[in-house]
Design a protein around this ligand. Structure first.
Ligand code: ATP
Ligand code: MG
Length: 393
């Protein structure tokens, strides 16, 4: 296997000098095998975390103990992080947490990974270790559990959700029947997962490819209604038909049009705010709007939010892609973001005393500037402010 796609990861060779037995594992091996860009590099090592740290430090490599509980340290070389995890085997699992022990047996470590294509490892000579037929599955587009699907889902129900993420990215043809059957039979187990883990996996599915068919598969296997209170796949389909941008949040909102979904999934404050803005039904943007109007809106609202809302509105009202709207969005993104240039210092130079009044004057000036379509430059804003202040006193 060629390491060509790892050109940006020169530090790997240094790690291999310190830990010659370490191997690349997980996603990066999978993506190297099919010539995809590699996201981040994960390594596994048969040494204990303490030994990994010692051996790396002996070669002058900086290490950070990022997750010692589960055996992970991070080596930093040329500012790039490399996660190195000690080989593990499961001692016991309760469907939510795993108790693990270190091992120096590569197959034992591969066995606890979720899918055959995720259980590959690659050493520094470029030799691939494939204990469960992962390479063949990957090339055929089969996402298959390592071992018996039902047992693997009972150990950790998040794997049911992960299945859909990998099926979307690597699946070809019909999804693995054993997997789908086991997921359906055990759909209720996802109720026991922490909502944070569920939400993070759901957002990854929603920003990935093949969303329409994957959501349909999640519905068939009865997973969808376990994780969302009011799923509406038909509504999502309308958004997807409008060639939406592959963004998770508007897709989530289209799939479950209820702003309280953000609270339910314990999303971040920013994400919850965006969902609330989507719920506001006014189109706010209309293709006929003048540049002046648009400039004003751009200052008042975050641009990406405006664009998301325009997609959702279009999907809801038109239900199909429209040339007028795509031209409009292009015009919107080309319009430079105007910036209001007056600061408190400018106000004080005009003789305004510092304090709350200064802020009010600036706000007034900014509103005037917005009304003028953000055209007045700094000089003109200063002149306007000066005139207002003098006529006020
Ligand atoms: P991506 O490119 O999306 O990061 P990835 O394969 O690296 O894909 P991660 O979620 O980063 O996915 O997980 C890294 C590896 O850890 C996986 O390839 C898999 O081998 C293993 N893994 C992660 N989560 C689980 C899980 N719940 N059960 C079993 N193995 C898992
Ligand atoms: Mg990863």
């Amino acid at each position: 296997i060629s390491f060509e796609n790892l050109a940006g990861y020169a530090g790997l060779n240094k790690i291999w000098e310190a830990l010659p037995e370490a191997r690349l594992v997980g996603g990066c091996v999978r993506d190297l095998l099919i010539g995809r860009d590699v996201n981040d590099i994960d390594l596994a090592s048969p040494y204990t975390p303490e030994d990994n740290i010692k051996k790396l430090q002996e070669k002058g490599i900086k290490t950070i103990p990022t997750g010692l509980d589960h055996g992970t340290i991070t080596a930093v070389i040329d500012r790039r992080p490399y996660e190195i995890t000690t080989l593990r085997r499961d001692v016991e699992t309760d469907g939510r947490h795993a108790v693990v022990a270190w091992t120096d047996n590569w197959q034992e470590d591969a066995q606890r990974r979720d899918f055959t294509m995720n259980a590959l490892s690659l050493d520094q000579q470029g030799i691939l270790y494939d204990y469960f037929g992962g390479e063949a599955d990957l090339k055929k587009g089969r996402v298959r559990f390592v071992g018996e699907a039902t047992k693997r889902i009972e150990e950790d129900a998040l794997r049911s959700l992960r299945f859909f993420r990998f099926q979307a990215r690597y699946g070809q043809g019909e999804a693995d029947q054993d997997a789908c059957k086991a997921i359906k039979q055990n759909h209720a187990l996802v109720r026991n997962l922490s909502i944070e883990r569920v939400a993070s996996e759901l957002l990854k599915i929603l920003e990935g490819p093949e969303v329409g068919s994957i959501i349909a598969l999640m519905q068939q296997t009865e997973i969808l209604s376990e994780i969302l209170p009011h799923p509406d796949p038909e509504n999502l389909k309308r958004l997807l038909a409008c060639q939406d941008p592959p963004k998770a949040l508007p897709r989530l909102f289209a799939l479950n049009p209820d702003p309280s979904i953000g609270r339910h999934l314990k999303l971040s404050r920013m994400q919850q705010c965006a969902l609330k803005a989507y719920a506001n039904n006014e189109p706010i943007l209309l293709p006929g709007g003048s540049d002046d109007e648009l400039r004003r809106l751009k200052v008042a609202q975050e641009l990406s939010l405006l664009i998301d809302r325009s997609w959702l509105w279009q999907a809801k009202e038109l239900g199909k892609p429209s040339k007028e709207w795509s031209h409009f969005r292009q015009r919107l993104s080309l319009l430079p973001q105007p910036e209001f240039l007056l600061t408190g210092r400018d106000g004080m130079e005009l003789g305004l005393p510092p304090g709350p009044n200064l802020g009010i004057w600036l706000k007034k000036t900014q509103n005037w500037w917005l009304e003028q379509g953000c055209r007045p430059d700094k000089e003109a804003c200063l002149a306007w402010l000066k005139e207002q202040v003098s006529s006020d006193s």
